[in-house]
Design a protein around this ligand. Structure first.
Ligand code: BYC
Length: 327
């Protein structure tokens, strides 16, 4: 299902029916949605399954860093908001697994790929959450980056993915605001609170920029995904947009960005910024992130501890099927 297998299916593309392929490409070029029962090239199906399932895994693994703070939120109000946000992420995972299932891969297969380390999930969730200010930084930066990437996905060429994104984006925008509001409150608080907010920005800034994926020149999937309108913007274009929107937000609350090369470029009408540490990115992608092992263990434990729920649901479904058959 993942890159190596995808390369194989690219070769198989040569034997796709040329007429069907041409009709498919014309539909995509006309901005028509492709639906589950429509004909599609095998490589399109596989790249979508890869992207949507990895997106779903990111939502579910993404519940862990914030879930760790629900019991430690500083007030009842903050706790209720964080609880709602983490529940939203579970919902996003469910819409996305459902969208991916319409392409013919079962949820069990996708979960197995995650648990065996075959499938990727966003690098960002392999960093630890050390203080309450990290809840602010995650909402503001991580959800902010997610919206930047996901708003264009509302127009992605595969119908079920595009429709799932509409609701996800509405919720993400609430998440971004709640995070920024935590940062605002901490920046207006005691010197210690301001220091915590700055420290969170210092640690989360570069990992957030890496969420957009490798630079366009090193992105093996972008060209084909843009051609099939799965991706509507390149990794670098979205990263730049995110920097341009986020820097003034940070400066407005008195924060400074941990990048000495960050400066407004009048000619380009955009911020210049330093080169990211791509070696760190690839190491995290390989599963060597600071808390990668902990995250996977938490997911596998949750799956095993939830076995009785799946068994009970199956037994209930079987009982109903029996009753229906007997009626
Ligand atoms: N982390 O050719 P490229 C959230 C992989 S959830 C890990 O550019 P593509 C949230 C990439 O998969 C946010 N791996 O790939 C949740 C590929 O490897 P494979 C998640 C990464 O697919 C809870 C290889 O590197 N959002 O926000 O064209 C709480 C080469 O990359 C990453 C989505 O998933 C990464 N950061 O573009 C709070 C959005 N970047 O698969 C918040 C949907 C790249 O070929 N996905 N890789 O083995 C996308 O838009 C695209 O898949 C990406 C990558 C832009 C991420």
């Amino acid at each position: 299902m993942y890159t190596t297998e995808l390369q194989k299916t690219k070769a198989v593309d040569g034997i796709e029916d040329p007429e069907k392929l041409a009709a498919f490409e014309a539909r995509v070029a006309a901005d028509e949605f492709i639906e589950p029962k429509d004909w599609m090239p095998e490589a399109y199906r596989r790249t979508l399954t890869r992207q949507i399932s990895q997106h779903a895994h990111s939502e579910i693994v993404g519940m862990l860093p914030e879930g760790n703070w629900i019991g430690r939120a500083p007030s009842l109000r903050r706790k209720a908001i964080l609880l709602a946000k983490v529940q939203d992420e579970a919902g996003h995972g469910l819409y996305l697994y459902s969208a991916a299932e319409t392409l013919g891969t079962s949820r069990e297969e996708m979960i197995e790929a995650l648990h065996s380390g075959k499938a990727k999930y966003s690098t960002i969730f392999n960093y630890p959450t050390l203080t309450w200010a990290d809840m602010g930084a995650i909402g503001w930066l991580v959800d902010g980056a997610a919206i930047m990437n996901q708003v264009p996905l509302q127009r992605t060429s595969y119908g079920p993915y595009a429709r799932a994104m509409v609701r996800v984006c509405k919720e993400e925008s609430f998440h971004q605001r709640q995070g920024y509001e935590i940062m605002m409150a901490m920046c207006a608080g005691t010197p210690e609170q301001k220091r915590m907010a700055q420290d969170a920005l210092d640690r989360w800034w570069f990992p957030s920029l890496m969420m957009f994926g490798p630079p366009d020149d090193d992105s093996p999937n972008t060209a084909q995904s843009m051609r099939w309108r799965i991706k509507r913007d390149t990794n670098d274009a979205l990263r730049q947009k995110f920097v341009d929107i986020t820097v003034p937000q940070g400066e407005a609350i008195g924060l400074t960005f941990p990048d000495p090369d960050l400066k407004w470029n009048e000619e380009r009408g955009a911020y210049d910024f330093g080169i990211l540490d791509w070696e760190e990115f690839y190491a995290v992608v390989r599963g060597e992130g600071p808390v990668a092992k902990e995250r996977m263990k938490a997911r596998r434990d949750a799956w095993e501890e939830g076995a009785w729920v799946r068994e009970a649901a199956d037994a209930y479904a079987a009982k109903h099927a029996e009753k229906k058959a007997a009626a």
